[in-house]
Design a protein around this ligand. Structure first.
Ligand SMILES: CC(C)=CCC/C(C)=C/CC/C(C)=C/CC/C(C)=C/COP(=O)(O)OP(=O)(O)O
Length: 199
């Protein structure tokens, strides 16, 4: 984690997703990994320990990617671009376009693919939540559902993450909590098929 903070002080550009992933791993993936022994794995879980850690790591990465996508405008105003440089170029975008902050079709398409990838990490994370101890499942489901909705809000803002800060309304938060609670009642043993434990 300290390495990630060091990296953030030294770097303001990421050449490709591998570099960005490493940064996300350091600053957020590590938080996810450290949470597992604190929260505990359910005694009923038949999943491999490795698969639970992988899900926790994925939630850290998903959260950090979401943070980055939400804060594009704010970061650009501080001269920072966390988006992968090669993917920006492939989309026909330059740093200057990010600094100019105009929502164009190129930007929308670029953002769609970035959001899709972040959602994929949330998907990986979902597979591990049920394996956690009962008491930890509700807050983790709540955090996952609420944070993932920030991505939906970026879409709802027509991908304007330059001038708008995507956030989840109080009403949507209140709706998410009972949904998270419902999901937290699913225990590892009540699963029909063991979906974890395989590579
Ligand atoms: C899914 C399973 C099996 C377990 C759960 C494991 C957990 C709790 C994962 C979550 C890890 C987590 C909370 C990561 C934090 C990521 C994050 C959003 C960091 C934000 O850091 P900054 O970049 O300082 O934020 P700002 O940009 O808002 O300042």
């Amino acid at each position: 984690m300290i390495e990630g903070m060091r990296m953030d002080l030294k770097k303001s550009r990421y050449m490709n997703f591998d570099e960005l992933y490493l940064y996300c791993y350091f600053v957020a993936g590590t938080v996810g990994l450290m949470s597992v022994p604190v929260m505990g794995i359910s005694p009923e879980s038949k999943a491999t320990i490795e698969s639970v850690y992988n899900a926790a790591l994925a939630l850290g990465i998903a959260n950090q990617l979401t943070n980055i996508l939400r804060d594009v405008g704010e970061d650009a105003r501080r001269g920072r671009i966390y988006l992968p440089q090669d993917e920006l170029a492939q989309a026909g975008l330059s740093d200057q376009d990010v600094f100019d902050g105009k929502v164009t079709d190129k930007w929308r398409n670029f953002m769609k693919s970035q959001i899709k990838r972040a959602k994929m990490f949330f998907g990986k994370a979902e597979k591990g939540v049920t394996e956690l101890n009962q008491a930890s499942r509700w807050p983790v489901w709540a955090a996952l559902l609420l944070y993932r909705q920030i991505l939906d809000e970026i879409e709802a803002n027509d991908y304007d993450n330059f001038t708008k800060r995507a956030y989840v309304s109080k009403t949507k938060k209140l709706v998410a909590l009972p949904i998270a609670f419902g999901r937290s009642l699913v225990s590892p043993s009540s699963r029909k098929l063991p979906i974890l434990g395989k590579a």
